[in-house]
Design a protein around this ligand. Structure first.
Ligand code: HEC
Length: 138
C-alpha cells in the first residue's frame, strides 16, 4: 500500500514528502542515485536552479552570485544528505518565512500558474542530483 502510494506520488510528480525530524532520510520516490555533475549544472543554471540568485557557490565560471544567503561552500560538511534533501525540497517546513523556494513541493502553494500546477520546480531526480553535488562541498 505505502509502496503503491509512493510510486503514484513519484509518477504524478506530487511531493508528499516523508519528513522525519529535520530531514528526509530516503531518496525521493522515483529517483535513482544522485549525480553530482548534473547537480552542479542545476545549481549553476539560471533557468533551472537559480540558486546563485541568492547564494554563492564554488562555481567560478558563474561570475554573478548572490549574497542574500549563505555561501554553499561547505554545505556538505554542515548537513547530512537527509537534511539537504529537506532544505532543497521544502525549506518552508523548517522556517515558513524563508525566502528560499520550495523546490519539490506542489501542495499548499498560492498563486501557481496553470502551466506549473502540480509540477515541482525540480523533479525527484534533480533534487537528488543537487543533494549529491552539495555533499561534495565539504
Ligand atoms: C530566493 C533566494 C534563494 C534561492 C533562489 C535559494 N536559496 Fe537556499 N537559502 C536561502 C536563504 C535565505 C537561506 C537561509 C536559511 C533560511 O532562510 O531558511 C537558504 C538556505 C540554504 C541552505 C542551508 C544553509 C547552508 O548554507 O548550508 C542550503 C543547503 C541551500 N539554501 C541550498 C540552495 C540551493 C541548492 C538552491 C537552488 C536549488 C537554493 N538554495 C536556492 C535563499 C535562497
Amino acid at each position: 500500500m505505502t509502496a503503491i502510494a509512493a510510486a503514484l506520488a513519484g509518477l504524478a510528480g506530487a511531493a508528499t514528502l516523508a519528513i522525519a525530524g529535520d530531514g528526509i532520510a530516503e531518496p525521493l520516490p522515483g529517483a535513482g542515485p544522485g549525480d553530482a555533475a548534473r547537480g552542479r549544472a542545476i545549481v549553476a543554471s539560471r533557468q533551472r536552479g537559480l540558486c546563485l540568485l541568492c547564494h554563492q557557490a564554488p562555481i567560478p565560471e558563474e561570475r554573478q552570485q548572490g549574497n542574500l544567503a549563505s555561501n554553499l561552500a561547505g554545505a556538505g560538511g554542515r548537513w547530512s544528505a537527509a537534511q539537504l534533501r529537506l532544505r532543497i525540497a521544502d525549506p518552508k517546513r523548517l522556517d515558513p518565512a524563508t525566502p528560499m523556494p520550495a523546490y519539490h513541493r506542489t501542495e499548499g502553494l498560492a498563486r501557481v500558474g496553470a502551466a506549473w500546477k502540480d509540477k515541482p520546480v525540480l523533479d525527484a531526480q534533480q533534487v537528488e542530483d543537487v543533494v549529491a553535488y552539495l555533499l561534495t562541498l565539504k
